[in-house]
Design a protein around this ligand. Structure first.
Ligand code: RM4
Ligand code: MN
Ligand code: MN
Length: 429
């Protein structure tokens, strides 16, 4: 399969270099006029990274159907190869967040080496107790960590502890726990006792967590349970994280809230109390749509990054939430969508650095609403494309990752080498 060599990328960049220089110099002058140092901003952009979900490189689906794409990864090694391409072109995604048992292999040292040879490492490990696996003794149909039957809870706890063990072998430092537990009927389950069982089960996992690990509790408003989910919102995940201890934090998946919820405010609250553990970036219009980051609401993503910039200013470098993507690509080439999303996330991060924090704080103190709003919006209204392109270029990436990817013929080669998997199955991921 055609590798994304540095020579090929450099060759593709050559034709775009003169235009890029002109655009970057113009932006650098503009930023300097605003008292900003373009060099510092490029360096900050180069330091930014977001993890790719291993499940994101496959074609997704809805609960109605899945339309497979050509050259889909057949196993975790193929997934890593695709992630390597994304990182080679964008230089934004040096880590992969694996999902178990989907990514199970016999030899994790070999898997870690395979990642390393592609310039990749592993980020948070995701457990999966929201579906049954072939040969699994007990079913999760009525729940996992919060099941009424202790034996089912123990099976789910053991799976999470196994994920921690796998993660240790892979060099990961975090476990993300999202459960599908909940109820479909009012009265079906005790809202209080289900949460109690969650606390008891997660405490058992917490006890098995190495000292330098974090446990990221992911909330979700609805689905697959449609009346109540046990960890429905940031209040529930935060209560649980506080109950468990300092290694437990909350994970905010942007799609897991009601449509009008102010997510940036949740981010500010969790950060303030040391409970913001990480993100699953994506975009949505209605529910857990898992659309490409910033494809619907770029301003919302920007506002989230503004709160992150504020938190970094007040907390300092110890503030380090895990940045991960969690998307489902149904109609696009997943590699293209993930590159596009990583770039948009990096854009929001870079834009948020442009806000004059001192002037904003002064306007806020003086109750000058319109000035405060204009100062906040200044970053969002600046086209930082040349800045983040310069960061990619200096790191060895592509000036135009999607055009370069298309020119490489990678997908066509993958289609030849990876026989098509069975069509027609439904599935959310
Ligand atoms: C869920 C949730 C989890 C992810 C699964 C695949 O909706 O977002 O993070 O692990 O999907
Ligand atoms: Mn998620
Ligand atoms: Mn989701």
């Amino acid at each position: 399969m055609s590798a994304m060599t540095t020579d090929f990328i450099a060759d593709q960049n050559r034709a775009r270099l003169a235009d890029h220089r002109e655009d970057f110099d113009a932006l650098a002058r503009k930023l300097a006029r605003r008292g900003l140092d373009p060099e510092t901003l490029v360096k900050e952009a180069m330091a930014f990274a977001v993890a790719i979900p291993s499940w994101g490189v496959g074609t997704g689906g809805t609960r109605f159907a899945r339309f497979p794409g050509p050259g889909e990864p057949r196993n975790v090694f193929d997934k890593l190869a695709d992630c390597g391409v994304i990182n080679a072109l964008t230089r934004l995604t040096p880590t992969v967040s694996p999902h178990f048992p989907w990514d199970k292999v016999k030899d994790y040292a070999e898997l870690r080496e395979a990642a390393k040879s592609l310039g990749l490492a592993f980020d948070a490990v995701n457990s999966n107790t929201f579906q049954d696996q072939a040969g699994q003794p007990l079913s999760y149909k009525f729940g996992s960590l919060t099941h009424t039957d202790k034996a089912v809870r123990e099976q789910a706890i053991a799976h999470n502890i196994e994920c921690v063990e796998i993660g240790r072998a892979l060099g990961s430092k975090a476990l993300t726990v999202w459960i599908g537990d909940g109820s479909n009927f009012a009265g079906q389950s005790s809202l209080t006792r289900a949460f109690d069982r969650y606390l008891e089960s997660t405490a058992a996992i917490y006890r098995a967590l190495p000292d330098d690990w974090r446990m990221l509790l992911e909330h979700k408003l609805f689905e697959p349970a449609f009346y109540s989910t046990v960890i429905s919102d940031w209040g529930s995940s935060c209560l649980a994280a506080q109950h468990l201890g300092p290694k437990a934090q909350c994970l905010v998946d942007l799609g897991h809230h009601a449509p009008t919820v102010n997510i940036e405010q949740i981010v500010a609250r969790l950060a303030r109390f040391g409970k913001l553990g990480g993100f699953h970036f994506n975009d949505s219009k209605y529910g857990d749509d898992d659309l490409d980051a910033a494809s619907v609401s770029p301003f919302r993503l920007y506002l989230v990054f503004h709160e992150l910039a504020e938190a970094t200013r007040s907390i300092g470098s110890s503030f380090a939430p895990a940045y991960m993507i969690d998307q489902s690509h149904n109609v696009t080439d997943p590699i293209e969508s993930l590159m596009q999303s990583a770039i948009e996330i990096a854009r929001a991060h870079a834009q948020a650095r442009l806000v004059d924090a001192e002037a904003l704080a002064a306007a806020q103190e003086a109750n000058d609403a319109l000035t405060a709003h204009r100062l906040l919006k200044a970053g969002f209204l600046t086209d930082v494309s040349p800045l983040i392109a310069e960061a990619r270029l200096r790191a060895g990436g592509a000036l135009d990752p999607i055009a370069t990817y298309r020119a490489s013929g990678y997908r066509a080669a993958a289609a030849r080498e990876r026989p098509a998997v069975a069509a027609g199955s439904a599935g959310i991921v």
